[in-house]
Design a protein around this ligand. Structure first.
Ligand code: NAP
Length: 284
């Protein structure tokens, strides 16, 4: 999902983009030429990855094990993709001299601080997914020319996401129950991708929190989706405990975009505005 938006954002500002992944063929439906290489990431040989990177200036590492609940039962697989592979990519970037940007998550925090997190706050992931992403961060930090971008609650074109799921459920079910005791910042992949394309031109390496502006719960997010789309299906609040998901969720994982502001960059738009633009685009 994010890969699609990131490729689009780089093409938009005139960069050549090459994608690589597990598929047999290019899956990005974007105007402009994108070189595509099939690559089995399970063979984490830095030399082979370095050959793939070639003379690329920047590597954006988005491939990840993203099934948060399933990761609790598959910790080795999650760590292999999110940490060991990140380590190999970091080593490969060291070989070729490319800058590396690793996308990470609010789940590296346990969300129990009761306030928003700045980039240097102590991490304490509660879930296997969060632990594996933190291990990936640590691997990437070993090379000097890295960016780590932590983001949260992504929605966007070309991927299953909360907005699409809730709209489908709203069509199919008489009423919905949505968790109202987790707080975060929904983030549109298009806005994040443009910020990423901007960030890598700055050469100001380090950790950045990048999310759309504003704080909400999944419940209020769902209500706003229905409000903007004119869906009348009732939405009822439920607790995280009642939802009974295998992986623990951070109750308050708002990421303050502090480093981005300090660098003099403009904050990303409010999430309600981002949602509106996504809904218009996804109707086309
Ligand atoms: N979604 C969110 O809410 C969220 C929030 C915070 C951070 N993030 C981070 O943002 C990044 C992008 O997330 P996303 O939502 O765009 O995820 P996504 O749609 O699930 O994309 C992940 C991609 O990784 C690929 N992949 C997984 N395992 C692989 C492997 N072993 N070898 C090669 N490719 C592999 C998948 O390819 P296949 O489809 O071919 O398997 C998929 O295209 C991830 O690093 C994620 O941790 C996401």
């Amino acid at each position: 999902m994010l890969g699609h938006a990131v490729a689009g954002a780089f093409l938009e500002v005139g960069h050549a983009v090459a994608g690589c992944g597990t598929r047999d063929r290019q899956v990005l439906a974007l105007p402009g030429e994108i070189r595509y290489e099939r690559y089995a990431f399970e063979s984490w040989d830095p030399e082979a990855i370095a050959r793939l990177i070639g003379d690329a200036e920047v590597v954006i590492q988005l491939a990840a094990y993203t099934r948060v609940d399933q990761a609790e039962a598959e910790p080795l697989l999650a760590h292999r993709t999110n940490a060991l592979f990140a380590q190999a990519v970091a080593r490969a970037c060291e070989i070729t001299g490319a800058d590396l940007l690793y996308v990470s998550t609010d789940y590296v925090f346990d969300g129990r601080a009761g306030r928003s997190y700045r980039e240097w706050d102590a991490t304490a992931p509660a879930s296997v997914y969060g632990q594996s992403k933190l291990a990936g961060e640590l691997a990437v930090r070993r090379i000097p020319r890295h960016y780590i971008v932590r983001t949260s609650w992504l929605f966007g074109e070309h991927g299953p996401n909360f907005v699409a799921t809730i709209l489908k459920a709203g069509r199919e079910q008489p009423e919905l129950k949505v968790v109202n005791d987790q707080f975060g910042s929904p983030t549109y992949t298009g806005d994040l991708a443009r910020a990423i394309a901007r960030l890598v031109t700055t050469r100001r390496y380090g950790v950045y929190h990048l999310t759309n502006r504003g704080i909400t719960t999944w419940f209020d997010f769902a209500c706003e989706i229905f409000r903007q789309k004119g869906v009348a299906t009732p939405v009822l609040p439920r607790s995280t405990a009642d939802a009974g998901r295998p992986a623990p969720r951070p109750p308050y994982s708002v990421l303050e975009n502090w480093a981005w502001q300090v660098a003099g960059e403009e904050l990303l738009p409010a999430w309600e505005d981002a949602l509106g633009r996504y809904l218009v685009r996804s109707l086309r």
